[in-house]
Design a protein around this ligand. Structure first.
Ligand code: DGT
Ligand code: MG
Length: 396
């Protein structure tokens, strides 16, 4: 037991975008419990409660040392009564009884299984549960009509719910790069999402595509998708068109955070040999990187989980593609790198502290009634009066 008087009292700024949050987490037991409760709130379609738990977890992720006593947390932001109760329970007993009982509840398990189907959200899952459907087996047997996304989600359930490794993300990056430069030479592909923040695994792979000449990116997505489809890389895809420039009020103040880029939600078919071999020049010449990539790619899951099933020479991977004009690229890059909470906090900071509106397209200054241009993420942070935070420190 550490003497309370000796224990360090922590201090962190209010907004996650003012903090540097690396992947090194000294309070994983606490943040796992709070994240589980956040996930449960989101699965129950109670986003407000979800955000409160996410904010509390993010504060603990930013601490330089493990928390040993509640008094160290005095004065910290975003720690509500409920979160503090959870923290106290973990500090006193080693685990959170609320998180543990939630994890074991039939409802949580059912919601998690059903929303694990690509194309199924909390509302659909809750509706199914009300109609006695708690498992994939029951769903299949029920004869409920599924839309195209859900059908694909059910068919590729195991692949879509298996973590994607960095090696697999790089292999898909190569395929996307080949597709994009085949249909539009000079176009550029950037890996965004969690992998850009340095995560070693992810639930999907996110890419941002642009062209250095404004306007050349128009109509690019259907061509990329056709190319990928013709090569047999897509198990499912749905493309939504850019409506930002077409909206009636023109490129006026973006009304919501809703993304209006050309976007493709897809499920990729990634062959075993592609997963094993990363053909990027830098990995080919760098023995160490390639060795690590191969280890990741043929690691535990395939051999073990598919041992008693029909072995597949490929796996399914969720991939998101977004096309942005170069004039909005910096905003899109910032908006698609995450984490989700970091993004939310950036927008909250912009609105409450700066009277500005930030989206993945633009930054609007409500006081000056004008857009603030930026060609880099650094410029956007500067407009917002924030110290620049690199992607690897946006893991809030
Ligand atoms: P993951 O994939 O679970 O390992 O983790 P992330 O951080 O890659 O999360 P993901 O893939 O859900 O989203 C990546 C980032 O893209 C996320 O931080 C926020 C952003 N994002 C996702 N969906 C949308 C959207 O519909 N609109 C906008 N503007 N941004 C989005
Ligand atoms: Mg992602």
């Amino acid at each position: 037991q550490i003497n309370e008087a000796e224990a360090m009292v922590f201090s962190v700024p209010n907004y996650a975008c003012q903090r540097r949050t690396t992947l090194e987490n000294h309070n994983a037991v606490l943040t796992d419990a709070l994240s589980l409760l956040a996930e449960n709130a989101e699965l129950e379609d109670e986003d407000g409660r979800g955000v409160a738990f996410r904010r509390a977890a993010a504060v603990l992720k930013a601490l330089p040392k493990p928390v040993t006593s509640l008094t160290q947390l005095r004065g910290l932001p975003c720690l509500g009564e409920h979160s503090l109760r959870v923290i106290q329970d973990v500090l006193e007993t080693g685990s959170s009884s609320e998180a543990e009982s939630t994890k074991q509840s039939e409802r949580f398990k059912a919601l998690k299984v059903l929303t694990g189907i690509f194309g199924v959200g909390p509302k659909t899952a809750a509706w199914w549960i009300r109609h006695g459907i708690n498992t994939l087996h029951q769903l299949r047997a029920s004869g409920h009509t599924l839309n195209r996304a859900q059908q694909a989600g059910l068919e590729h359930y195991d692949g879509v719910n298996r973590p994607v490794t960095k090696a697999e993300a790089d292999a898909i990056g190569e395929i996307v790069e080949t597709a994009v430069t085949s249909v539009l030479p000079g176009a550029q592909v950037t890996l965004t999402g969690g992998f850009r923040r340095g995560k070693l695994t992810g639930h999907d792979v996110d890419f941002l595509i642009t062209h250095p000449e404004e306007g050349r990116e128009e109509g690019l997505m259907p061509k990329v998708v056709s190319w990928l489809e013709s090569q047999g890389f897509l198990l499912y895809q749905k493309t939504t068109r850019n409506s930002y420039l077409e909206s009636k009020d023109g490129p006026a103040r973006p009304a919501s955070n809703m993304d209006r880029f050309e976007r493709c939600f897809s499920i990729f078919k990634l062959a075993e040999d592609e997963r094993r071999e990363t053909k990027q020049p830098e990995t080919r010449t760098d023995g160490v990187t390639r060795l690590r990539a191969s280890e990741d790619a043929c690691g535990r899951q395939p051999a073990l989980s598919q041992a008693d099933e029909e072995p597949k020479p490929w796996r399914a991977v969720r991939v998101d593609l977004v096309v942005s004009p170069i004039s909005q690229f910096a905003f899109a890059l910032l908006g698609w790198t995450g984490s989700k909470l970091f993004e939310r906090e950036l927008r909250r900071w912009a609105g409450y502290e700066k009277t500005m509106s930030l989206s993945s397209h633009a930054l609007y200054d409500n006081k000056q009634s004008r857009y603030l241009k930026a060609t880099s993420e650094e410029e956007i942070f500067a407009h917002l009066g924030l110290e620049y935070v690199p992607p690897s420190e946006r893991n809030a």
